[in-house]
Design a protein around this ligand. Structure first.
Ligand code: PHE
Length: 490
């Protein structure tokens, strides 16, 4: 039978896993949510959840993966009678997330090109929107964004380019494609982020951004947000953000863990992934938020507008801004790609394993291509929907009426939110909750302990792990799941 090829080194594994974790969620979700949810308080809650929930789920997923040496579907089937269907939930989530992730990744490619045009003073640059912005009393970023949203063909083309790039890397295999790209790209992303932080934090007025992020209550006292969230809301937002950001609850870390060598230390790896992801989220905040407060003080702080309107305005107003714009959007494109390859790998790994077990070779190329075609179709739907502007959104189709204030529940306002709500809102937290119950109550925490202690390694946090996986983590997960459902569906 053909050999199942994994990561060439532990560094390569780490870069791929951190690459999966670090993505759009870090760069645009975290900074905003932190500021709007009490700054330092949010950070403390986030770290508490990172230790009691994120780390626990991370090490459990890695252990299941490495123990079975299989992708998510087969892995669950091998370890559990009751939960054997759970791998399929992960594959479904991967598809749903890929649909919108690729569309957003495509938008980011467009913004790299826009800034190249700006740098060259060419006709395809952000500069061409300056006149329209002056005439309409808007901003360069707002004009560039509405032009992109009004042109679904362009959005589709960039989205499909992003899908193709993702597919090409996954097609190269775990060691040959994913590991190689992440081993070079992740350190480069780190350096690029540092350069952007230095630039952003040395702008006059940047200090307000730091206050917004770190000083509890500053955002409310200064009218940046209307009212202070209650502690339950802070908890739910931090938990939801952490899950999405760590790529948990859908089999990615099971799949990556399945390629990990038996001699590597699981506890150490799980800690490094959680710490690095949080660090990069904070770094992204230090780069995005101070820029907004210094150069576009009325700009949106959350949602797609933060990335595609506010940040573009910041670069347009900054000396040598086009250069920093190119660097920043390239960094975002790479962060998104290193996440999308992990999503595609969850799908592809399962089918490759099946083919290999049936003695047909691993057929990676064929499966990567087929999965990419399905992802491409979903991505086209998201792009054509123009974030709800095109009359084909779920609420139009289902005939759901807006309330008296003209609002809709998030899940049905556009296809992007629809897929986000199913995956991030339900499947991921539910997947993580069930996995904890499976390990804590069906298999017993000893399974993780055994896997962590192979080849003379030790699992020093075993006592802590045992208590968390049985009681604390499931409890936190129930609260997070409740918070997500409340936010997205009501
Ligand atoms: N963790 C990624 C981010 O922060 C998103 C992601 C979610 C990737 C789930 C894979 C799986 O953007």
């Amino acid at each position: 039978m053909e050999e199942r090829k994994g990561f060439g080194s532990n560094f390569g594994f780490l870069m791929a896993a951190v690459g999966s974790a670090v993505g759009l969620g870090n760069i645009w979700g975290f900074p905003y949510k932190m500021g709007a949810n009490g700054g330092f308080t949010f950070l403390m809650v986030y770290i508490f959840l990172g230790v009691t929930t994120g780390f626990i789920v991370m090490i459990s997923e890695l252990a299941i993966g490495r123990k079975t040496g299989k992708g998510a579907v087969e892995a669950y089937r091998m370890v559990s009678k009751k939960f054997k269907w759970m791998g399929w939930m992960g594959i479904a989530s991967a598809f749903f997330i890929l649909f919108f992730y690729c569309a957003l990744g495509g938008y980011c490619i467009k913004y790299v090109i826009l800034n190249v045009g700006d740098l060259l003073k060419a006709g395809f640059g952000a500069n061409v929107f300056a006149e329209a912005a002056a005439a309409n009393g808007t901003s360069v970023g707002a004009e560039a964004w509405s032009a992109l949203i009004a042109n679904p063909t362009e959005a589709v083309i960039y989205g499909l380019i992003f899908v193709a790039l993702t597919m090409l890397i996954v097609l190269g295999g775990v060691g040959g494609g994913i590991e190689k790209v992440c081993s070079v790209g992740m350190p480069a992303l780190f350096v690029a982020l540092l350069i952007c932080i230095i630039r952003a934090c040395t702008l006059p007025g940047a200090v307000n951004g730091l206050k917004y992020m770190f000083v509890p209550g500053w955002a409310v006292a200064n009218g940046v947000i209307e009212e202070a969230p209650n502690i339950f809301q802070v908890f739910a937002t931090a938990g939801g953000q952490m899950f999405f950001s760590l790529s948990l609850g859908m089999g990615i870390m099971i799949t990556y863990g399945s390629y990990l060598d038996k001699k590597e230390n699981l506890q150490k790896n799980a800690i490094i992934i959680v710490v690095m992801d949080t660090l990069v989220a904070l770094m992204a905040g230090l780069c995005v938020i101070p820029g907004r407060f210094a150069l576009d003080p009325t700009g949106a702080l959350g949602g797609p507008s933060l990335l595609f309107v506010t940040m573009q305005n910041v670069f347009h107003k900054m000396p040598l801004g086009a250069l920093f714009g190119i660097l920043f959007y390239l960094l975002v494109v790479f962060a998104a790609i290193s996440s999308s390859i992990s999503l595609l790998e969850v799908i592809v790994a399962h089918f490759c394993d099946k083919a290999r077990d049936a003695g047909k070779g691993d057929k990676r190329k064929v499966y990567s291509l087929i999965a990419a075609v399905f992802v491409g179709l979903g991505c086209i739907l998201i792009c054509v929907d123009s974030l709800g502007g095109a009359g084909i959104s779920p609420f139009n189709i289902l005939g759901i009426e807006k309330d008296v204030n003209g609002n809709l529940p998030t899940w049905c306002d556009c296809w992007l939110d629809f897929f986000d709500c199913i995956s991030e809102g339900i499947l991921m937290p539910l997947g993580a909750l069930l996995m904890c119950l499976c390990i804590g109550w069906e298999l017993g925490p000893k399974m993780v302990d055994d896997e962590c202690c192979l080849e003379g390694q030790s699992f020093k946090m075993k006592g802590f792990f045992n208590i968390c996986v049985k009681f604390i983590t499931p409890l936190c997960m129930i609260l997070v799941l409740y918070g997500q459902i409340k936010e997205f569906f009501f």
